[in-house]
Design a protein around this ligand. Structure first.
Ligand code: NAD
Length: 294
């Protein structure tokens, strides 16, 4: 088969981020404050530090103010909940991002629940997950599924009636993505570690998304000719960032494929910026309505 189309998340991200920047400058020019994102990092996990740094840098570039909170790795759940309660009440904070995973002594579920759903730009609060189930546009869609959806849309990849197979049922990617793909009228199959015969499902896929963090899981003989492949995985092997997909093998059969890095990664950060802009616009609108003179 000829070379597959490369689903270039880096270039698309640059384009969308320019648009976000333009929209923010317009709103700020009209007398509004800047949008603000609070980023909370607990502990000093090197991978999390890199992710957080990238997100803060991306905010700066589009004109979103970021408020960075680096907390001790031994912090207790209650102390973290106090920080979140403070951020919930701050006018200048439109979005709150708590970088996951959290250290083991912290009750992650409680932390996610404590974030105001209106500021939950990661989209992990059960209220926003519920909105995703109910196919309501007024919630926040988790950033990676949002980014993947935009990437597929940009390249004109039809989802209606297609067999979308998602490998990985995690709460951050696979599970919410399966719901979003239903919004698009795809026929969705979700596989996971207990799936008996993974190949049986992957080889049927028109669109295959892998989000497991298992390098080399998806091999050339597991996909059909013409498949569209979205590789979400991020792992470090011999100092190199790799995905779940054996790119060199799978690209021989794929009609389109995401590179790692430069595919889903930048689109995830773009998803975060879009969600922060959405939160900001909603909040400044609500503020202007509540302060309007009769
Ligand atoms: P997770 O641990 O929550 O979920 C992993 C899923 O993979 C589980 O459902 C598990 O059952 C499944 N799985 C594991 N081994 C498997 C196997 N051998 N066969 C089939 N299924 C298997 O992880 P997550 O948070 O969803 O993240 C998954 C991967 O995506 C990680 O590598 C993570 O770093 C990456 N990620 C990337 C981005 C990005 O922007 N590119 C964003 C989020 C997560």
């Amino acid at each position: 088969m000829s070379e597959p189309l490369l689903l270039d998340g880096k270039t698309l991200s640059q384009k969308i981020r320019e648009e976000i920047k333009g929209e923010i400058e317009k709103l700020v020019g009209a007398g509004n404050r800047r949008p603000g994102l609070a980023v909370v990092l607990v502990g000093d996990d090197p991978a999390s530090e890199v992710y957080v740094k990238n997100k803060i840098k991306a905010c700066q570039k589009v004109g979103i103010e970021s408020f960075f909170y680096k907390l001790d790795k031994n912090i207790l759940t209650e102390e973290l909940l106090d920080v979140i309660a403070d951020l919930n009440s701050r006018e200048e904070v439109d979005g709150i991002l708590v970088q996951l995973p959290l250290p083991p002594q912290i009750d992650q579920g409680e932390v996610v629940l404590a974030i105001s759903p209106e500021k939950d730009v990661d989209g992990f609060h059960p209220q926003n997950m519920g909105r995703l189930v109910a196919q309501r546009e007024d919630g926040f869609i988790p950033c990676t599924p949002l980014g993947i959806d935009l990437l597929l849309k940009h390249y004109g990849i039809e989802l209606k009636g297609k067999d979308v197979v998602i490998v990985g049922a995690g709460f951050i990617v696979g599970r919410p993505l399966s719901l979003l793909m239903l919004w698009r009228n795809a026929t969705v199959t979700v596989c996971h570690i207990h799936t008996k015969d993974l190949r049986k499902f992957t080889s049927q896929a028109d669109i295959l998304v892998s989000a497991t963090g298992v390098p080399g899981l998806i091999k050339g003989d597991m996909v059909k000719e013409g498949v569209v492949v979205v590789d979400v995985g991020i792992s470090k092997v011999d100092g190199r960032i790799v995905g779940d997909v054996v790119f060199e093998e799978v690209k021989e059969k794929a009609s389109a494929i995401t590179p790692v890095p430069g595919g889903v990664g930048p689109m995830t950060v773009t998803g975060l910026l879009l969600n922060t802009l959405k939160a900001y616009k909603k909040r400044i609108k609500a503020h202007s309505t509540s302060t309007m003179k009769p």
